[in-house]
Design a binder for this molecule. Structure first.
Ligand SMILES: [Zn+2]
Length: 90
């Protein structure tokens, strides 16, 4: 019985470690992709390597500048490249 408990503890430890590792990786990718860190954590923690891989292939968040077609942060109001102001037609 003691052996079985040890094994289940090891499984639990591996499970928790993988959630931390993949979840952390998901958060890192979320920051890079300008997406919600919770979405990245959930994808990594629930789906592991597959979730992280899907997230890597996921298109980046934010908006595309209509003047220079550059990707801008979702919270940005002005294009970092050409200073085009979001929501204001010039
Ligand atoms: Zn621009």
């Amino acid at each position: 019985m003691a052996m079985e408990e040890d094994v289940s503890n090891d499984v639990l430890l591996v499970l928790v470690a993988s959630i931390i590792v993949w979840g952390g990786l998901g958060i890192a990718i979320a920051r890079w992709k300008w997406r919600s860190p919770w979405l990245g954590f959930a994808l990594g923690a629930l789906l592991g390597g597959i979730g992280v891989l899907v997230f890597v292939l996921w298109p980046r968040g934010g908006w595309r500048c209509p003047r220079c077609a550059e990707r801008c942060r979702p919270d940005a109001k002005v294009c970092w490249r050409c200073q085009w102001t979001y929501g204001v037609q010039l």
